[in-house]
Design a protein around this ligand. Structure first.
Ligand code: HEC
Length: 207
């Protein structure tokens, strides 16, 4: 019995040391800063470029390359920044935007991303003031073959009405419904301001 208590105490202490250690890593602060920059970029791009063009008669479109006057979707801009970032840092930093209620099945949740979604959704469900709440990121260390990565997952929030309006129209698409069914996704996203539309996954290689 005594042994059991001792082992429990050691395990508890280790878990706490781990949680504390992760937050003290330089990579944690890097991931946190990248998240803030991406979130601001996304928000400003949507309100000042995508929305502005929509009012002017064009807007953002998946097939923007072939349409005069149209610009990429906010998600495409972030994905392009992610690709460039990964290239310019030699794979040390990368980002991904994904969702349980994906529009594009390539962005579906895989492995621990589903756990992260549940973890963040719980915070959303118990929040009193979503707009001003402080989200706790879902963080872990991924031991890859070549090196370890700090994985930092935060919600991707519907910060603008444009996100909600456009995603509402995606919900009614037959191909989206079909792809979700194929991957066993039931239910539907909460399409309201300040709610999670997806997750932002930041990966930073640990030195
Ligand atoms: C004009 C339409 C439009 C607007 C505005 C828009 N989205 Fe999307 N979003 C899409 C489409 C279409 C996709 C799928 C893109 C693809 O096929 O690669 C997508 C993909 C995503 C994804 C990746 C997961 C998935 O569903 O495939 C997230 C997360 C996301 N959007 C969140 C947002 C947020 C947050 C905003 C506002 C800041 C926003 N979107 C604004 C149309 C839009």
């Amino acid at each position: 019995m005594k042994h059991l208590i001792l082992i429990s105490i050691i395990l508890f202490m280790q878990a706490n040391v781990y949680a504390k250690d992760v937050k003290e890593l330089g990579e944690y602060r890097v991931a946190n800063a990248i998240h803030s920059i991406i979130q601001s970029t996304r928000k400003i791009y949507t309100s000042e470029i995508s929305d502005k063009l929509l009012q002017d008669g064009t807007g953002s479109l998946l097939e923007y390359r072939h349409q005069k006057g149209f610009v990429p979707l906010p998600v495409q801009v972030i994905q392009q920044i992610g690709k460039d970032l990964s290239k310019s840092t030699g794979g040390n930093i990368s980002i991904e935007l994904k969702s349980k209620y994906f529009v594009n099945e390539k962005n579906r949740l895989i492995g621990r991303e589903a756990e992260a979604w549940t973890y963040l959704e719980k915070q959303q469900n118990s929040a009193k003031n979503l707009k001003n709440m402080t989200w706790k990121p879902y963080v872990y260390i991924n031991n890859a073959v070549d090196r370890d990565y700090l994985i930092y997952i935060v919600p991707d929030l519907a910060t603008e009405y444009a996100c909600i309006a456009c995603h509402k129209s995606q919900e009614n698409t037959a191909s989206v419904k079909y792809a979700r069914e194929q991957h066993g996704i039931t239910g539907e996203p909460i399409l309201k301001l300040w709610h999670m539309l997806g997750i932002l996954k930041v990966m930073v290689a640990i030195d």
